[in-house]
Each structure stands twice: as structure tokens, then as C-alpha cells.
Design a protein around this ligand. Sequence first.
Ligand code: HEM
Length: 564
Amino acid sequence: MTIRTMHYYKPLHPNGMSTTTSNMTSSLSSGCHAGNIVSPRLFFLPEIQILELFLALLVFIVIHSLRQQKRQGLPVWPVVGMLPSLVAGLRVDMYEWISDVLIRQNGTFEFKGPSFTNLKCVITSDPRNIEHVLKTKFSAYPKGKYFRNALQDLLGDGIFNADNEIWQRQRKTASIEFHSTKFRNLTTESLLELVHHRLLPVLEDSVNQSACIDLQDILLRLTFDNVCMLAFGVDPGCLSPGLPEIPFAQSFEAATEATIIRFVTPTLIWKAMRYLNLGPENKLKQSIKGVDIFADEVIRTRKKELTLQSGDKGQRSDLLTVFMGLKDEQGQSFSDKFLRDICVNFILAGRDTSSVALSWFFWLLDRNPEVEKRILSEISRIAGERNDAKTDAECPLVFRPEEVKKMDYLQAALSESLRLYPSVPVDHKEVVEDDVFPDGTVVKKGTKLVYAIYAMGRMESIWGQDCREFKPERWLRDSRYISESAYKFTAFNGGPRLCLGKDFAYYQMKFVAASILYRYRVKVVENHPVVPKLALTMYIKHGLKVELCRRDDSQLENYLKISN
Ligand code: HEM
């Protein structure tokens, strides 16, 4: 029996150690000969061999998994797949980690998560694939069921979360509205009011008190108030002296944060947690309640107003009023729930994106003073071209829309900032029919697709060897701003789902940046850590702590001289 056991173990020995086996056989035989007195070594042999077997298997698995890295971009481990690499990436910088893998894999790779989770998707940063998905075969790549489910409680059937007719109807109506003169006037007027009567006084206060401020927080307040004015026709007053906490804003922020957790949690688990009201799902439910209380109140009040005005829709040109005046295919008015979804989606679209983009822009300027100088010479020249250029405390300089339009270098610097730090760093789609990408990648029906916008800004194959440098000049020809293909510069998406607020966002960012830079030097507090936060939008994780220094007229005159 002993010998059979030995024979059994022999072929499984990692190194095929026949000499060891024969030694063992003899030692066992001698053990038997010694009047059935079994040597104590005998008891340990099976354990030793199991250990050897285990080690051999381990070595095999490690070698096999690591070998896959060459072909698949990352080691693929049994059961957990590429999860260990993802966990390691999350601990450092998720977006840089994805960029590194994509660069090694020439722009596309398949992430294989644990077999028991939904963490399986194709990730690409190849502009040819992105054009194929966003434009050429648009209808074969909807947002899809998986992502819609995860975002349903917060976004409902709003534009970000809808496909097909539900999306089309909102897109068409909103597009007409965004391009109407009435809406354009509302955007410029509300922005002027917010910048000159809220933002600049808050900044001036910080200078008077020599206090440092979190510029990202202030910009988030500004865009939140602004987009609520456009979507609801209501001013929540987030950006006011003393920077008050507004329950709706807090609920909205908490709801977006809690929603993201669903993307890294297996569906069954988050659904069970939702059912049982546990952890982040409980937080999500509470915060959505806060959002809904505000939305319901606004919708109710607006309905009353419109009934009182009976027929005359008044002077209002916000999105809520426009959608309230429409009917669905059955000739019915939209339900309150649908109106709520429309508004919440527009707030998400317009709130975080431009404020976060401006925050990265001010950080990049702090590190690239040459670029700041060139912006200042441009805006001083434009201000200097006025007949009534003299301004003072009573009559401060307010940039006019036609002046903002002329700020080509500033637009180039903002685009360059968005290229390196896109507000939406990754976006997603679902594959509804088997297909082959232009780069040869085969994608099967049901595959989740992620396009890595942040990584695209770091691909030499797209932007050249200096892709990691902040160079607004790459956007200029003869000092004029030249836009890029949406499939190379995907910060605003592309194809039929191109960002509807793109023109407004550029106007808003240019107006805010020029109004601040003309008056203050923005200095980032020394050693303040600036890293991205993992969220739907790419916030700076610890905010942007800055000190402002007032500019005097002589400084501005110097910049004007440079420009001449
Ligand atoms: C720097 C600022 C902005 C950036 C980088 C940006 C980026 C984007 C991106 C990447 C998308 C596609 C999202 C997706 O489908 O998953 C998008 C869609 C959209 N954006 Fe923007 N956005 C900005 C500002 C704004 C503003 C200020 C508004 C409105 C006030 C706005 C309104 C929209 C709308 C309505 C959509 C949905 C379009 C559709 O699905 O048909 N965006 N934006």
C-alpha cells in the first residue's frame, strides 16, 4: 500500500524527481522490514508531497497568468481574473493605470473581472473605434440595460439615461431650446448676474481677509446656481456670502456619489442592499428623497403659475417651462415624474462638468505661468480695444459676449486643459449585435464598452510625443482657434449624442476665467495635493485650495504692452 501511494505521487512531482522517489521507496521498504515499526518520517511524506504539489500548481498558475499579460495586457488569475490588477490600480491612480495598459495594448484591451461579477468589458481609446461606436454604428451601441439599471433611481428616463425614442424626444426639444435666442439670452444674463454679483464679491472677501479658499467648491456652487436657473428657472442661492449649505445641493451630491458604488458592486448584491435598505443604498434612497422634494415643489409651483397665467406662458424660458408646454404621442402632458427626470439630468449635465474643468484649468495655469501671461495679454488687449476702456469700482469691466468670442488663446488653453483632464474621464455603451471594431477587435452582443477619454489625451499615437505637455498652441493656426475631430478630442462626446451644452460651456468657462484672471492672480496653496477623485465626473479629490492676489492697473498695462 505504501509503495502504491508512492507510485501515485511520482508522476505529479514538479521536477519528475525519480531519484528522490527511489530513495523514499528504499527507506519505506526498510521501515517495513523492521518488524512493522513504521518510521515517523512516513507520516510526513504525504503532507510534504501535497505541499510540493500545491507549490507546483501555484508556480504553474503564476507563470500562466503572468504570461497572459503580454497578450491580454494584464495577468489573468483563475476565478478573480484581472481583479488584483484593478485593485492595485485603484490604490494608485485609476485613470493613469488604464492609460498605461491602453498604451501597452495599442489602444484597446478586454478587462476580465471575476467570473461571478459584471466586471467584464472592452476598453478602448482608439479614435477609429470611437467614431465607429459614436457615429458610424450609433444605433448598435446604445447606453444599454446594465448602465440604465444602475442609474435608474437617480436619473430615471432623463436624457443621459435614455435610448431610442425617449432619448430622441428630449434631445430634439432641448436642442431647439438650446439654440433659441431666448434661451441664449437667459444663459448670458444669468451668468453675468452670478459672476458679478456673487462670485467676484465672494473672491474679493477672501482677498480682504487674506483667507485661502477652495476654488473648486466655489465654482461648483456657481454652476449649480446657474444650471438650476436654466433648468428650473429657480435660483437656489448656493453661491452667496457665507457659502450656505443648501439641502438640495447636498442631497444631489450625495446621490451621485452613492450611485457610483453600484458600478463596482455585483448587481445582485446592490439590488439586495436596496431591498434591505443597507449601506450606500440607504444613503442613496435618502438623498434621492431630498432631490425629489425640491423637484416636486418646483414643478408644483410652476404648474400653479402657468394656470394662473392661463394661456400666456409668460416670460419664462427655462427648460421646465418648455417641457411643460409639450404633449406626448397620446396628446397628454408629460407626467411629473418625467419632468423631474428631465430637470435632474440637466442639472447633472451642467453642474459638475464646467466647474471641474475650470478647477483643473486654474491648477494648470499655476504650473504654467507662460500660458497665464499669454491669456492676460489677450484679455487686456481685448479690454483695451474698447472706447470706454476706463473702468473703476463703480463701473467694473464686464466682458461682452462679442469680446468673449474673440478670446481664441483662452479657448485653446481651456481645450488643452480638457484634453488632459476631461470632466467625463470615461464613458460607456453596450453592444447590441456582434461586431468587429475598425482595429480588428471582435465584440460580442451584450459586451459592455468603455471609452477612455482621459487615456486618449496621453496617447502619443493621437497627440504626438509631447502629448503630456500643456500646450495651448496645438489648438491654434495663425493665432485662430481650430477645433479638433470629436473622435480625437472626445471631452464633449461626439456623433448624435454630442454634448448639447458645448457652446454654452465654452462661453461660461471663458467668461468666468477671464473675469477672475483680469482681477486676480490665482495661486495654488503650496503642497496642496491635487489628484483626481474616482467619480462620474473628474473632481479634484481634495478640492483646489488657492490664495488670490489682486492685480493692479500697472500689471495689466504691462500685459497689454506684451500683446502689442
Ligand atoms: C466643460 C463642460 C462640459 C463637458 C466637458 C461636457 C461633456 C459632456 C459629455 C462627455 C457628454 C456625453 C455624456 C454621455 O452621453 O454619457 C455630454 C452630454 C450632454 N451635455 Fe455636456 N458637458 C459640459 C457642459 C455641459 C453644460 C453646461 C450643459 C447644459 C447646461 C450640458 C448638457 C449636456 C446634455 C444635455 C448632454 C446629453 C446629450 C445627449 O445624450 O444627447 N453639458 N456632455
